[in-house]
Design a protein around this ligand. Sequence first.
Ligand SMILES: NC(=O)c1ccc[n+]([C@@H]2O[C@H](COP(=O)([O-])OP(=O)(O)OC[C@H]3O[C@@H](n4cnc5c(N)ncnc54)[C@H](O)[C@@H]3O)[C@@H](O)[C@H]2O)c1
Length: 136
Amino acid sequence: MDQVAVTGAEGFIGSHLVEALVRRGHRVRAMVLYNMFSSHGWLEVLEPAIRDQVDVVFGDVRDPGSVRQVVEGAAVVYHLAALGSVPYSYSAPRSFVDTNAVGTSSVSAPVTFTAPLPPPTSVPATPSVVGCTFTT
Ligand SMILES: NC(=O)c1ccc[n+]([C@@H]2O[C@H](COP(=O)([O-])OP(=O)(O)OC[C@H]3O[C@@H](n4cnc5c(N)ncnc54)[C@H](O)[C@@H]3O)[C@@H](O)[C@H]2O)c1
């Protein structure tokens, strides 16, 4: 089956998506934002049999080199890494721009620069940045 990549894999939606992708037979590379506990977030509550099949890579969507390591070779990239709290965005707006705008640009760049632009995939809009899917 195809290699796929998921950013924000340790988050609420990302972890469920990772589980569903593994169950469907995909090889999943999961980007998890590094933290001092080396926690894999919600991925840690998945069944061990599922978790063991996930290639977890610590990374940061604001860092293009880090993004490249995760998306390289992936047929599909599910981009769910984001800062989603609207109230917190008023306290630290720059971090939201860096993660949600610059980060999304970093994730889409290696995909769109190495392959013809795919047809746009529907992205539901909310006040915060919502998950995106890029195909190669
Ligand atoms: N949960 C919902 O009900 C809902 C509804 C509509 C849209 N969305 C959107 O879907 C996406 C995912 O939502 P969620 O609920 O899973 O959020 P979440 O906060 O649980 O997951 C987001 C993940 O992104 C990671 N992340 C943050 N900054 C990062 C960075 N710089 N580099 C790499 N990873 C980083 C966080 O560590 C986190 O695990 C978000 O864009 C959100 O706005 C969610």
